[in-house]
Ligand binder design. Sequence first.
Ligand code: 5GP
Ligand code: ZN
Length: 108
Amino acid sequence: MTDCIFCKIKDKQIPADVVYEDEHMLCFKDIQPSAPVHLLLIPKTHLDSLAHAEAKYEALLGKMMLKVPQIAADAGLTNGFKTQINTGKGGGQEVFHLHIHILGQPAH
Ligand code: 5GP
Ligand code: ZN
C-alpha cells in the first residue's frame, strides 16, 4: 500500500485522464490546470523528487525528457511549451512523486 497519489494514479486506483503511457512513464492531465494544456509526466517508479534522483535513474529521466516534446506535439503544442519541475517544499512541490509539468496553448 502507498499513500502516494501519483502511484495510485499509476496503479489505476484513482482515475486520471491519461494521454500517454509506456512501461516507464505515465502522462495525464493536471486536475487543476493552470494553462489550456497542463499535463503531468511521471515515472512509474516512485521517486520523491528530482533531489532524490540517483545515477541509476539517468536513463529513465533521459527517456522522459525526450518524450516531452512528443507528448506536447500530440497535445497540439506545436508552437512551443513550458516545462516545470518543482522540487522540495521550497520549490513549491506539493506531490512528492517526481513529475514534469508540461504547459502551453495549442497552436491554431
Ligand atoms: P507540484 O506543486 O507538486 O509540482 O504539482 C502537483 C500538481 O498535481 C498540481 O498542479 C495539482 O493540480 C496536481 N494534482 C494534485 N492531485 C492530483 C490528482 O489527484 N489528479 C491529477 N490529475 N492531478 C493532481
Ligand atoms: Zn509515488
